[in-house]
Design a binder for this molecule. Sequence first.
Ligand code: GLN
Length: 490
Amino acid sequence: MLPADLTRSATALAAAVRARRVTARTAADHYLGRIAAHDGAVRAFLHVDPAVVRAQADALDARIARGDTAGALLGVPVAIKDNLCTTGQPTTCASKILADYRPPYDAHVVERIRAEGGVILGKTNLDEFAMGASTENSGVAASRNPHDLKRVPGGSSGGSAAAVAAGLAPLALGSDTGGSVRQPAALCGIVGHRPTYGALSRHGLIAFASSLDQVGPMALNLEDCTLLMAVIAGHDSRDSTSRPGGFDAAAARRDDALSGLRIGVPAEYHSDALDPEVRAAVRQLEDLAVGAGARLVPLSMPLTPYAIPTYYLVVTSEASSNLARFDGIRYGPRDEQQELAASYATTRRRFGDEVKRRIMLGTYALSAGYYDAYYKKALQVRARIGEEFARAFARCDVLLGPTTPTPAFPLGEKSDDPVQMYLCDVFTAPAPLAGLPALSMPCGKSKAGLPIGAQLQGPTGADARLFAVARALERRLALDLSPLEAPRGA
Ligand code: GLN
């Protein structure tokens, strides 16, 4: 077992391994033991191979014994969302169509983690192909929220968020197309960051909607999230959208971020639909910021409610195009039939209902005769949303609001009603449409003990600023950011 202080901080764990206070193997065994004890209830992981995990840890310990203690993540296990390619472990997107897929290469971000001495712990559950907000669309099983096992952990990176919150992994990677890092982070009470579009490489991230997809770090606290972000960010020539320059970790750790900060507060983020406990927690955070020298700038961003329809037209159009590759001919398993069309159809029957729905909606929106009315119109509104953000950031440095309209909802509550599920994205869909960075941080709990998240959004490239502001708020909030000892509400 690891000492408690090391389970609360991945940063402390890496330092302890470097100082030879604990071995990488002890850390790996601790998390493998936690997974064995608790993942039956949480179902955060789709694949964990203890032998593969121990082999990575033992190789690190052998290197450390030779005196080589290089690596920012030395000996720290990291859980990886199962839409990121990993050698030696499957990559399935929680879809039956990729059930047997074993990638011949690592995603860029996975390469970076290994290069810094991190241990790939296992692959986490998600809504199939990252399409959803609860993990209930997983082709395997729904994950559970460790704060209340009868509730969803959010999605689509719900397995990653639940794993970190339940102390089954100290760090995790998710992906965020319209909120899939931030929304589960908020519902599970952890930190999750969606980087500026292009701030890190998506080489090896299985594509869902390419103009929106980003990989993002997830952690118990801002310091750990900074550590992981600094490892995975940076240019990679294998992703043509990757931006030059890395992540300014020193700026992310600045502790004077609140003094003189202009915090934009759009009225639309506090509509009547917002849960009163979420509103109260976010208002309290605003007060805290003002107490530390920040200034609130009241704003109106009337296009906010248009983000969901715009997002769902763009995302389904791009998904229908990206998922065309799983045809059983060029890619994916094949069900050979007499007729070619029948072969496609039987092969593609492996897709779950939500994936099929999105392929059909996207194909429709892109088809001749409907393209102008739907896809083209969505692109026009998307541009207007970007302009509205630009106007806001002429008047403020960051925007502050809730990450989600409510705390975690009960399993099954929205799974039969796609539109209700889509409405979960009301606050998280706008930033991706504009390519902007956004971060969710814990800001309190409901009376029932469910975590509440606050979202900070910033202009392009302002990732480090968001970290510094969140870090200053985190310090003043002084919440208990330890992982749960055991999942609750079985
Ligand atoms: N909930 C959103 C959707 O279903 C976001 C998904 C994501 O970010 N991957 O598309």
